[in-house]
Design a protein around this ligand. Structure first.
Ligand SMILES: [Zn+2]
Length: 385
């Protein structure tokens, strides 16, 4: 990535992915952190900074736990900001902060730490992945801390988040889960089906109750079987759902990614990192939600009691690396830009981001033909690596 900093005012793009589609030769005017005009300009403009390759909307990551050695599950705002800064350098200009299962008092304290960062615009919202998950599909969540979603618990979490909670992952087969779904949706919170041992009927009920996202589709849910389909086909097929895919080439085989994108469409599929603290760090021993994790060749797994590697424990993916992976699966740069920015922004109603258009926040990523990240602009300022 090019070292650069400072503010941009006019930029000429060789190729750009705009709200209306891909375009060649585009002039962007930026003021006060926003795009003012987006206009055709077939030739580079004298005195205007020239961006080669592709200009795509800044990446939007709606499922991420940390990175660069820093964790969003914290009561130290500087720790959360350091995780945010790490991912910004890797193209994430808009981000939720995801929290794994923890004790209720701990979650309340973490929500209280993150809420001011959302109000300040550092984060776009908070995602609770737990504690309302199935013990049978717990993945890297502490089973002893899993809960069933009572109205009292839901209300306590909503109050602690102070309007910043944007998504809750829950297993729809748990007692009270459908009532909790309706309660959360009424409070403006997206409900995601995930970490579920439920079947296709449970998934359908969740969608009818208002659920609109699938948390890392395929991972931590029943696999597809021709006579026992489980939740995956319903979640792929129903237009009300945006499915999250972890694009690290390890959680999902490239053939599965192609299948999912073909079924859910560009407007129904989001790239997420599910990145944990070890992202961007050397292999070694880490922790996720108080559980021991070992990272080998970038693959994070729980450490079992006998020391053997266990469940996959999040990823060490950045949005930049995920974008490159999507290109390698055969998606075009504009197609990958839908998954990495436009679709999650649109589905989560994140106004002014995920698209390059007049009035929108001046966030963009410059990538080459292979999808490799070159530069990042956030709110009109170049992000220095
Ligand atoms: Zn996660």
């Amino acid at each position: 990535m090019t070292e650069s900093s400072g503010a941009a005012d006019r930029l000429w793009c060789e190729r750009a992915v705009l709200s209306g589609g891909a375009a060649s030769g585009v002039l962007l005017e930026v003021a006060n952190g926003r795009f003012v005009t987006v206009s055709p300009a077939s030739d580079p403009v004298e005195g205007v900074e020239r961006l080669e390759g592709w200009v795509v909307p800044g990446f939007v990551d709606t499922h991420v736990h940390g990175g660069g050695g820093h964790d969003y599950a914290t009561t130290d705002p500087d720790e959360a900001l350091a995780a945010r800064a790490f991912h910004r350098r890797h193209g994430t200009t808009t981000s939720f902060a995801s929290l794994v299962t923890a004790g209720l008092d701990t979650l309340v304290a973490q929500l209280g730490t993150l809420a001011p960062l959302v109000h300040r615009g550092e984060l776009a919202g908070v995602h609770l992945e737990g504690p309302f998950l199935s013990p049978a599909r717990k993945g890297a969540h502490d089973e002893t801390l899993l809960r069933t979603p009572t109205p009292e618990l839901v209300d306590r979490l909503l109050a602690a988040a102070d309007g910043t909670l944007r998504m809750v992952t829950l297993a729809p087969e748990l007692p009270g889960a459908l009532d909790a779904t309706a309660r959360l949706v009424a409070a403006g919170v997206a409900v995601a089906v995930g970490h579920t041992d439920g079947d296709e009927t449970d998934a359908r009920r969740a969608l009818d109750a208002g659920a609109s996202v699938a948390t890392h589709l395929f991972n931590a849910m029943r696999p597809v079987h021709q006579r026992e389909p489980g939740p995956v086909p319903v979640l792929l097929d129903d237009e009300r759902v945006m499915v999250e895919l972890i694009g690290d080439g390890f959680h999902l085989h490239p053939d599965i990614v192609r299948l999912a994108v073909a079924a859910a469409g560009l407007e129904g599929t989001a790239l997420v990192t599910d990145a944990m603290v070890a992202t961007g760090m050397p292999d070694g021993a880490y922790s996720l939600g108080g559980l021991d994790v070992v990272v080998r060749r970038g693959e994070a797994r729980l450490v079992e009691d006998d020391g053997a590697p266990g469940s996959i424990a999040g990823s060490t993916l950045t949005m930049a690396a995920g974008f490159e992976f999507l290109r390698r699966t055969g998606l075009s740069v504009p197609g990958a830009a839908w998954l990495a920015a436009s679709t999650p922004a649109r589905r989560h109603e994140l106004d002014g981001v995920g698209v390059i258009e007049p009035g929108g926040q001046a966030d963009l990523c410059v990538v080459d033909d292979a999808g490799r990240l070159q530069r990042v602009l956030q709110r009109g300022g170049w992000v220095t690596r």
